[in-house]
Design a protein around this ligand. Structure first.
Ligand code: ADP
Length: 399
């Protein structure tokens, strides 16, 4: 059964055609710089074949049209006919309170997703463009929406409510939603598989540390707390995002520096995090790591603060779940930064956690990096959001 995965960003469309029964990737690639100069398109096949083109791609509809053409191209394509695609799984960022699971996309469902757009104005509309373009060029194919927020729909009320007047929740649905749901779900299930236990018997803290970063407490297969909130700005320090701060700081910067509210918010989104903390040395952990090893005080300050916040969330979530069996690191920094993992785990020795530095330093693949006698297992698992979308799409169409 072949499933096509579509992930639309504001100026990109990433795709992956997966043989869902074996989970083999048949072909993957992306369209970049959609609607802006310097458009670029890649098509990378399982057998090593590939195609790259520079071309202006005016919009997502044109990207889908080109994708359909190349997929069924007699020379280069991987499909004889579009009928071979059983379903398309679309990534959708925000499902609001409404969508707590993957859903078959019908005109009525699209209207309801549109209604959640105010919760993710930069993401949901562009996700919908991609869906509509696929419906135009592949009208006979079943479409499924998989939501970033859905995995966190199991948060208990005490974890998702903010300490503001309840009317804001009742009238405007202001609550913690959480993000990176597919990644947290995928790595928590993989953690259970690697440890040889059922997800329903595992307490795991998943640390998705990329440019955006969030930490989730997964108890018995369900998300019970997560660090991102109403938007992906809340939580730990990120690449350029501040994470949680005292809201009064917004007032103070606005008044002292004569900045508008949107200018201050821009600082919190694009000039903060490890970038701002390192005095604008870099938002990229690779650069900061190199500088850290040379003793650069800006890099040391940023990395220490970053690590400290991760440790605080792990401590809090261990308490929230009444203990934890495992901690799993994923995404760009979680998968690749042995420095961050090592510094985090050193501060967790109070929980009886010890890591094997050789396993921590070596390997790119999924692995256990804690010592056999560590009370809590520590793992590194590369995330695979596309596979998570594929599994959820397959499960839904087979129901
Ligand atoms: P996004 O949220 O954009 O998907 P990624 O998951 O790709 O982000 O993570 C990007 C982050 O991962 C960057 O800070 C980058 O420096 C970091 N990273 C990637 N490779 C390494 C590495 N080898 N060592 C340390 N950090 C790395």
């Amino acid at each position: 059964m072949k499933i096509l995965i579509i992930n639309c960003g504001s100026s990109s469309l990433k795709y992956r055609l997966i043989e869902a029964d074996t989970e083999d990737v048949i072909v993957k690639g992306q369209f970049e710089r959609i609607g802006i100069d310097g458009g670029h398109f890649t098509y990378k096949q399982k057998n090593g074949g590939s195609l790259e083109r520079n071309a202006y791609i005016p919009d997502h509809e044109e990207a889908v049209r080109l994708l359909v053409r190349i997929l069924t191209d007699p020379d280069m394509g991987d499909l004889e006919s579009l009928d071979e695609i059983e379903a398309i799984g679309h990534r959708i960022v925000h499902g609001g309170n409404k969508f707590t699971d993957a859903v078959v996309l019908t005109p009525q469902v699209l209207k309801e997703i549109e209604a959640c757009s105010n919760l993710a104005p930069n993401h949901n509309p562009v996700n919908l463009h991609g869906i509509r373009a696929c419906m135009k060029y592949m009208p006979k194919t079943k479409m499924v929406g998989v939501f970033d927020t859905a995995f966190h729909s199991t948060l208990p009320e005490e974890a998702y409510l903010y300490g503001i007047p309840y009317e804001y929740y009742k009238n405007e649905q202001i609550r913690r939603y959480g993000f990176h749901g597919m990644s947290h779900q995928y790595v928590s299930e993989e953690t259970a598989r690697i440890l040889g236990v059922n997800p329903s018997e595992l307490k795991v803290i998943t640390c998705h540390l990329g440019n955006g970063a969030s930490i989730t407490a997964v108890k018995n297969g369900k998300s019970v707390d997560t660090s991102m909130g109403y938007t992906p700005l809340e939580g730990i320090i990120m690449g350029t995002r501040s994470g949680s701060i005292d809201p009064e700081i917004i007032n103070v910067i606005s008044e002292n520096d004569h900045k508008t509210l949107s200018q201050v918010m821009d600082i919190l989104h694009t000039k903060s995090g490890i970038y701002g903390l390192s005095d604008y040395l870099s938002p990229d952990m690779r650069d900061l790591t190199a500088a850290y090893h040379k003793g650069n005080p800006n890099a040391i300050r940023a990395i220490k603060a970053y690590v400290y916040q991760i440790v605080k969330y792990i401590g809090a979530y261990t308490t929230a779940m009444g203990g934890t069996d495992a901690i799993t690191f994923t995404a760009g920094i979680g998968e690749n930064s042995s420095l961050v993992r090592s510094l985090v785990c050193q501060r967790l020795s109070v929980f009886g956690i010890t890591i094997d530095e050789t396993a921590n330093e070596n390997g790119n693949d999924e692995r256990i990096i804690s010592t056999p006698d560590s009370r809590v297992k520590v793992l590194v698992i590369p995330t695979n959001e596309e596979l998570s979308i594929c599994r959820q799409t397959k499960a839904l169409i087979q129901e």
